[in-house]
Structures are given as C-alpha cells and as structure tokens.
Design a protein around this ligand. Sequence first.
Ligand code: SAM
Length: 270
Amino acid sequence: MEYWSITEGVFNCLIDKKRTDAFSNAIKNTIKPGDVVVDMGTGSGILAMVAASAGASKVYAVEIDKNNIVNLNKVFEKNNLSNIVKVIEGDATKISLPEKVDVIIGEMIATGLIEELHLPAMNNILKYAKKDVRVVLNKIENYIDLVNNNNKYYGYTFNVPRYEYADDKSLVSVSLSEKSIVNAVDFSVVNDNKVDQLLKIKCTRDGVLNGIRLSSKTTFYDKSVFSYYYNPRNQYIGTNCANGIKPQMFLADDTIITVNCRMISVKLSG
Ligand SMILES: C[S@@+](CC[C@H](N)C(=O)[O-])C[C@H]1O[C@@H](n2cnc3c(N)ncnc32)[C@H](O)[C@@H]1O
C-alpha cells in the first residue's frame, strides 16, 4: 500500500470531536513559541492550524492526497495562517523537509497501527528532528482479545475485517479471553515495521472463537491518554483479514474454534 486516504475519512476525523480535542489539547500543551513543526498527513489541516495558533513560527503540513491539497492553501489563507503553515505535497514516508523540526505532530493512525502508515512516516520524519524533538503522539499500545463476533448481516455470514462502532450495539462482540498487549511502540525512536510474534492468550470464557479484536491506547507528549476504544474509530475485528493491510498485517485463521477456557497461541505477522 502506498498511502491510505479518503476524503470522507478526513472529514470524519475533523468532526470526531473527542479525537480532535484530544490532539488539539496535547498540541497546545507541547508547542513553545517559535517552534518549527511538521504535521504528517495534514488532511483538513486542523492540527497544523492548532499548532500555528499555539505559537509555532513555521508548520510544514505534509499531505499526499491531491484532493486535499487543492483545498489546503485556501483553508490556511482563509484562517490568516498561510504565513506560518506551508503545504508540502508528498509522501511522508519518503519526503525531505527543508529544515529540522522541534515538534512532530500527525495523525495517520488507525487502531492496531494497521491500514494507515503512521509508523513508516515517523521513521522517515525522525531524520529531520532536532536533538530534543517533542513527538506529540508519543506512544501507542496495541492489544488483542479473542472474541465471538456477530458476523451475520441480513442473514448472510461475512468473515470480513470490520470496526466495532461504539454507537452500534449489534457490532459489539463477546470477549472470550483476557486482553493481551501485542506491542508498545515509542514513536520518538525509529521502529521496526514488521510484526512476527507468537502470543499466548488465556481464554476466560467458553464459546465460539471467530474473531480477533484489536484495540489501542495512545499517549501524548504531555502524558494525556487517548484510547481508540470508545471512539467511533475504535476496534478492529478480523476473521481471515485481507492481505495487503500494512504496516502490520493481521493473519487469523478462518476456521471456527470452540474454546474451552485455555491458553491459545496466536501468530502475528506482516
Ligand atoms: C486520518 S487522516 C488525518 C488528517 C488530519 N491529520 C487530522 O488529524 O484530522 C490522514 C491523512 O494522512 C494523509 N496521508 C496518508 N498517507 C500519507 C503519506 N504517506 N504521506 C502524506 N500524507 C498521507 C491522508 O491523505 C489523510 O489526509
């Protein structure tokens, strides 16, 4: 996958108040007057503008999607911030920045670090970081639990990856295991982009295991925490997840397993 983008997705991010407020507050608590900042995957430009309003002297707003690019300069101009925010069109996983930055912001992240390319983008952008760089989205912890997933829609069975939206109770799954940590990633250092791990997970309830649920918790530089849990972009359930989901591909077996409370091994790779 070269990049993940969808205009509707960018707008949904903008109107996701809980998410946008969490990021905005963390940015305001991190920026110092005069900072040079990069916003990777700027989308609507909201986080770049928050950084500019918080006192940054320069914000490089990196965006790959031409559909967004056409609007960004107009948005920054309308908000009288075009003297501070500069749009850079390109791929954050490869792009060079014109100067080193004090602060890295960006939200190219989905539950479990799958789909979007936050991790490879961070690995590249860190090349342009000043020594004491402050990374606003500082850490992510990814968890899995094993579930019985209601995968019937309109009377048909769909073994498909999906989100578990908090406002739709029919999408909530029954947990059959403890919630186990897959990994904890510190974005202020370069990280390996591969997962190859065997997890032993203790089942806590009998039932039919037909799904693996990912959930994530992010910690900001100011120590505030945001969980991709009771947020609309929340949990990811996969049975036989599609190939091509990167940077971390979740491989689950399509076979239905009946669980009698015991330890189960789950192999993660991708
Ligand atoms: C989830 S949206 C978030 C937008 C915005 N940062 C926010 O918080 O509202 C991710 C954005 O990253 C952009 N993007 C995805 N892959 C990218 C890449 N490799 N380089 C630069 N931008 C990318 C998408 O086009 C999209 O605008």
